[in-house]
Write a protein of this length. Sequence first.
Length: 340
Amino acid sequence: MTDAEKWRTVSRVLVIAAPGGILIGLIAGYALGDGGPRSIVAGGVIGLFTATGMVTFEVSWAVGLISQRWTEAPFLVVLITRSLAWLAIIIVAIALPLLTVATVPANELFDTSMVVSVAVSFGAALIINFVGQVNRLLGRGVLVGLILGRYHRPREETRIFLLIDLRDSTAIAERLGNLRYHGFLKRFIADVTGVALRHHGDVHRYVGDEIILTWDERRGTRDAACIRSVLAMVDALDGSAAGYMRDFGVVPTFRAGLHLGPVVTGEIGTVKHEIAYLGDTLNTASRIEQACRELQRPFLASADVVDVLTLPSDVRAESLGPIDLRGTSSALELLAISRT
């Protein structure tokens, strides 16, 4: 995703969020103010400033407009600085309209109640950001699922699994050395994961230089999101090629294996809990990814997943026929996915 595309994403979200913020602010200004026009207008401006400020910050963080040195800083640094950023947005969004539109005197604005409100706001920001950072560490949706007990009792469901494997990882590691290779792998994973999240995928696990991504069937098949995500990953790495060459002297490429099937999803662990997927589906997806090397194709998908979605007009699926995969009991039809 280019910077222009990132800013367009921010703009699209703002178009939706800003009117909602204004409406909520107008209602709050009428209900909490003196009922006069200044209070109502000030409430609308507060709603506008709060919505645009918070949305711009959060979407910019999500799409990568904010420096990676900040977004990938240590947990405690991110927690405190993000909370302070929220607090600054809240203070400016509230104080500026009250001072200018509602003409509230400064000595009345910055009284004890305002200090208490700021302290409460900062505490709330810390709690929300703490939950957000923990959710980021565990994986999107995992924390909520554990808290709500969504998978406390295992259940069967159909899921899509996409395995992304960095090509020539051993040679790259030997060339760069362990420390530089860690930075290279970290950037590769961040670029690929960011694309997957924008296509509604979830990260199940990182295994060395391999990334395991998953979708529920509805999200993954809608608009062929699981297919589009892989093509978008290629575009993202191509767009970042100059940066990779400058910093590491090599541009990453990958193999991808895609499969759909039934799994049993449930919590496992005692000291450390996680949500696990059990069944042959994930194993088969791994075999499909490994077949990419043998069949010399960068992106393979099973007929099981291709048959349940509508391929985009610019995507071609070439059937390679039934393939005997190591560790599977029967041959599986594989298709090589590419752009037309």
